[in-house]
Design a protein around this ligand. Sequence first.
Ligand SMILES: Cc1cc2nc3c(=O)[nH]c(=O)nc-3n(C[C@H](O)[C@H](O)[C@H](O)COP(=O)(O)O)c2cc1C
Length: 201
Amino acid sequence: MKLDFDAPPHDPFDVFTAWFEEAAEKAGLPNPNAMTVATATPDGRPTARIVLLKQYDHRGFVFFTNRESRKGVELGENPRAALLMHWDTLDRQVRIEGSIEPTTDAESDAYFSSRPLESRLNAIASDQSRPIEDRASLEARRARVDATHADGSDPARPPHWGGYRLRPERFEFWQGHPFRLHDRVTYVADGDRWKTMRLMP
Ligand SMILES: Cc1cc2nc3c(=O)[nH]c(=O)nc-3n(C[C@H](O)[C@H](O)[C@H](O)COP(=O)(O)O)c2cc1C
């Protein structure tokens, strides 16, 4: 979709969907749903890492993780985040900012049970973001998890593993142009509507 930056659509989700589908279908990227998630400590120290966007709709953008990880602890204390997607071969960037809430247990269960068995067992074995002595200790943790599921029982989702949904308050769509005269448009939530504004590159 060629976005008309002078007369952008009213709904930023329409733009996101069009760009995301193009990134998935045409950009030749192995992980078009990879995005940087920036969080911050309550005293304003930012941290960032990549996660995969797994679901989105008008309620927000969902990723899954360990809620006791560094990001999880920061989101518990300061439930705001920024998302960033960069689709290099399309010369596009999307920024999304907003508040964070955990997904429901039913949503987390549904996604957890859709994952391959290996991923579920590894999620159970890993206390994400905590220090560990060496690779052998990590593999020993995984072996202990395997032993407790040797009867073939379906591994249950650990209570600290689940999703977060970012409810967007601001979007920015960025289209690169040669020699830096890029196009940018922001959408800022204004009640039920979105106010758009073109920004200089
Ligand atoms: C392409 C890619 C996808 C990733 N997807 C996820 C993900 O969906 N969830 C997740 O918890 N970590 C994911 N990671 C690992 C995170 O970047 C990070 O190492 C981990 O979540 C711990 O971050 P934290 O210590 O800041 O909490 C991914 C990493 C890469 C490079």
